[in-house]
Design a protein around this ligand. Structure first.
Ligand code: NI
Length: 216
């Protein structure tokens, strides 16, 4: 992946490889090549760690995840609704998505997740349809559209999703779907946790950027 963007430097070129992030930066006077180590990159990418499903998922855990999903749209709204255009166009890390792309991505991703819950509830172990996240994030509605569209979208999708999830029986929560990559079976209850994590994960990307920039 290669992304070009300008900050205070004259130009910056960031390349993410599997293990490290290479940043070339040019100012009026000098050019720099900065190699970010694997640990720093991992922390920037996974500020709250990767999702790990608990070995045993309790009803209390599920309730807590649902509460997190319920509160999420307002938390996002409070975090980003007042940001200026230049702030929305700032990548959360060198070579990463901008705040605008992150907000649109969360709405798109949770829209897909809502559909996966419905597939899982109405079909026997359906194989879900993955989507190209990076491709979607580079479509015009992710790169350029006002974030309010996705904040509204997220509010509607989460309201409907939470309504559905609160109505599910223990047996329905144990239903599952299959991801075609590696044929991984995911239960609906685990998927609730995954998307609570996913919302918090991207929220932390934005919050940490705002803190670093002194914008909070
Ligand atoms: Ni994501």
């Amino acid at each position: 992946m290669e992304v070009n963007f300008s900050l205070t430097a004259h130009w910056i070129n960031a390349q993410v490889t599997d293990a490290k992030l290479l940043i070339e930066m040019g100012t009026e006077k000098d050019n720099y090549l900065y190699e970010m180590d694997e640990k720093t990159l991992e922390t920037l990418r996974y500020p709250i760690g990767r999702f790990v499903s608990p070995e045993r998922i309790t009803p209390e855990q599920i309730e807590d995840w649902i509460r997190q999903l319920e509160a999420m749209p307002v938390r996002y709204e409070n975090l980003v609704a007042k940001l200026q255009e230049n702030q929305l166009e700032t990548p959360y890390r060198p070579g990463g998505w901008t705040v605008r792309q992150l907000v649109h991505h969360v709405a798109d991703s949770h829209h897909n997740s809502y559909i996966r819950f419905k597939w899982g509830l109405t079909e026997e172990n359906p194989i879900i349809k993955p989507y190209d996240e990076k491709g979607w994030a580079n479509l015009p509605d992710s790169r350029e559209a006002p974030i309010q569209l996705s904040l509204d979208h997220l509010r509607a999708v989460h309201a409907k999703l939470v309504f559905l999830l609160k109505s599910l029986s223990r047996a329905e929560l144990k239903r599952s779907f299959i991801h075609p990559e590696g044929e991984v079976v995911t239960s609906l209850e685990e998927n609730i946790g995954r998307y609570a994590w996913h919302g918090n994960h991207h929220y932390a990307h934005i919050e940490n950027l705002l803190k670093r920039e002194g914008w909070l």
